[in-house]
Write a protein that binds this ligand. Sequence first.
Ligand code: AHR
Length: 511
Amino acid sequence: MKKIVTTLALALASSLTFAQNQLTISNSSENVTINKHIYGHFAEHLGRCIYGGIYVGEDAKIPNQKGVRNDVVEALKKLKIPNLRWPGGCFADTYHWKDGIGPKAKRPSIVNTWWGGVTEDNSFGTHDFLDLCERLGTEPYLAGNVGSGTVQELTDWVQYVNFDGKSPMSSLRKENGREKSWNVKFWGVGNEAWGCGGNMKAEYYANEYRKYATFMSDWNNTGKLFRIASGANSADYHWTEVLMRDIPHEMLSGVALHHYSVTNWQHKGPSTEFDEKQYFGTMKQALFMEELVQKHSAIMDKYDPKKKVALVVDEWGGWYEVEPGTNPGFLYQQNTIRDAMIAGVTLNIFNNHADRIRMANLAQVVNVLQSVILTKDEKMLLTPTYHVMEMYNVHQDATLLPVELKSNDYSFEADKLKAVSASASKDKNGLTHVSLVNIDPKKAQDITIDLKGLNLKTVTGRVLTSAKLQDYNTFENPTKIQPADFKGASLSGAQLKVKLPPTSVVVLELK
Ligand code: AHR
């Protein structure tokens, strides 16, 4: 009798661990595409992002083409980055684009007031950036200066890069060596207008936006510009409300949103030597994106039920103290498995809300905040975040498969978060991809996945994890953390069982 009771208790216990994480993936009935532009990046004139990270100048010993590092370009090509935002950030509202065209020796120098007070010699300008985008096969996203610029200046920039007919600006472009226009579609009308972009009120900015947007194109927006309004700071729902209410929607393609996973702006904590309390706090902030997206979307739905205006999360990521000994204004930080967790859960949120989120930009691409690439002189490394972005790029332009998830909790002290996060899609070749994250640093998670109706026969996968949360890639050991084949999934009929290691990101491919 005792033996039977023990056996039953064991069976019950094991079924309980399995039963708790339950994921159901359904065939899409609504045909929502995960816009590839959700996987966008951001390059600001900030610290060593542009200078040193991307642009080293033609005379540098580091192998380059027109001054742009070959190693960084190759790594970004592999990532399949769909768009790149430039030149800021806060820098954008101090940037006068005409300073960055023509012979480099004649370009004026300015002071980069937001970021370290360093001298900006404008050697990387419009042609350099747009040529880089062509080389990367990525779409440029130009952030216009509203804070300290003029309507004329932004209108001229649009003409300079986009106009093929005869005009003073297109002639100037040709004089500077570029015959054909670049046809730039994505335009930001200012950045963080509530803060470094001019400390404006939402109502005032809405009027400014209307004025700028009016002159950037014509009545019919013949140039098909995708104009993006500077959006809310995290949970500032009033900002979104005013923009959606006060800007005519035919002038508005996207409304931005910025949210960083910061626990305390005064004490952001170290990027590597953090404890579990800080880790938990960062995860809470990253997962807060779900609430932000739901609430900003609900406001947008009220004014735009057909979801014509996109929510563009054009700055997101982790933000910590700078690496000891580096310029505080340069925002250079290391990147650990914690950052891989931020990337994994955030991209799952974006995928699952792809009906409204159609563009996003991780901050930033090289050497600043949650970068995918770090450089040190001629050396370069790929961060854990790079690997997550690369593993997830299978979702780009795929059809979203709706998921229903019941997750175990990850508990810390008196608080708890959902341990597991998931999203799924079906690509143009009929392959189904499921991306799973377990943020619990101590417990593996067993998940039962119901795939009824999807008719899938085989599963393979890749995993990104490391023994310690604080692990990261160094210039001495740049491949300590990298994706490996995943053996923890087994498919039986329409049921998939997966065991996710602690703090891991897994992407499965099923066919
Ligand atoms: O990404 C760093 C800065 O964060 C950007 O310049 C600004 O837009 C935001 O506050």
